[in-house]
Design a protein around this ligand. Sequence first.
Ligand code: URP
Ligand code: ZN
Ligand code: ZN
Length: 455
Amino acid sequence: MDLIIKNGTIVTAKESYIADIAVKDGKIVNIGINLTDDGAKVIDATGKLVLPGAIDAHTHLNMPFGGTVSADSYLAGTRAAACGGVTTVFDYPVQRKGSGIMETINGKKEICEKEACVDYAFHCCITDLNGGAILDEFKDAVANGITSFKCFFVYKKEGMMVDDGTFVKILLRAKEVGAMTNVHAENPDLIDMNTEKFLKEGKTSAWYHYLSRPEFVEAEADKRAVHWAKSVNAPVYIVHMADKEGLEAAIAAKEDGAEIYIETCPQYLEFTCDVYKREDGRNFVCSPPMKGKESQDALWKAIKTGAIDTVATDHCPFQSYEKDWGKDDFTKIPNGCAGVENLYPYMLSAATDGKITYNRVVELCSTNPAKIFGCTKKGSLAIGKDADIVIYDPTKDFTISVKNMHSDYDHTIWEGKTVHGYPVQTYVRGKLVFDNGNFVGEPGYGQFIKREPRK
Ligand code: URP
Ligand code: ZN
Ligand code: ZN
């Protein structure tokens, strides 16, 4: 035995109970009462929760976007992940016209082999079918553990948008090869129309970022994604859901038996569109934007009822000077915000505050993403699973500041937010990577997670 975590309250998606966990060679090998230590390192977790590491199923590390590159490298982003109790990240490399899927993924994999501090998997964003060759490559990608492909309904000018025909081709082919189609749903034509109008009228503050893509602009696209998925009977995973109308349509389709998965993000649960009226509103600019209180309430309701499947971050930070490009023109603000280090603490704090259960947080942030995306060794604390473990102190308050984060960005939308409870240790496959406020992991330790195809 290498490690025994004793007397903690083990939390899974289904239950909570006091027990010891034994780890050997990076795996959980035993769970029980009064396990003998056999010379293993012993950690006393009395009074603490012992949780499966979170899986952040949505990050954009080192991503060329918005006229620059997102501020966190794979090293910085996964270092921050470790310090927030995230033991696996799913990043989104972007396939471009003329490039193949594995060519795109392999470039990122090479960087991660040197830099990743936690385990990693990739969804591949598809922006061009290369005359159909990309659809042919899906099978090979799945055989290589890439079992999800993302479509953007937006970012037309950036050359990333796919039209409905392409989306449906992807839905069908993904289903055929055992993969999932993820979608960023907003209506690009409405966004362009609104943006043009506002710029003409000299309405250029961050508030007009929100008004150019308000609730109904997202809702149309959510409904369209649901409509196509339902019509061709293929699974779809809607990323960063932020609006009530689209959410309710997706939930209704799920209740009708369609295979639809819904992800939301902490920023939509915490902030409303009012942030765009602030002097620093540009720092909150992401797409889709934060919405009104009604949408936020609907998201929380769906978190509570179980209708939302996952919470992930869409971590895509930019530096202040880059956000400042859009001080006088919201269209020049690179879209995206930080979050990977805040996901688990934020959601667990909601449990500490009694809003939801710890079990539900584990389900949303670990068990469900593992299941939906085919990470068979992750997502729970059980014998045979990877020893991705977070020890969490529910009594420790923590006030988030850019000064106590472990990324490379210079500001955070979470500045000043106090969470109730905080991770004290994170283990990735049995190795300690975060210890009481300090990163103690190692770049290059993270492993690529080759995922299983969907049945
Ligand atoms: O504003 C965002 N979300 N930036 C990252 C790219 C995306 O749309 O997910
Ligand atoms: Zn997106
Ligand atoms: Zn994203």
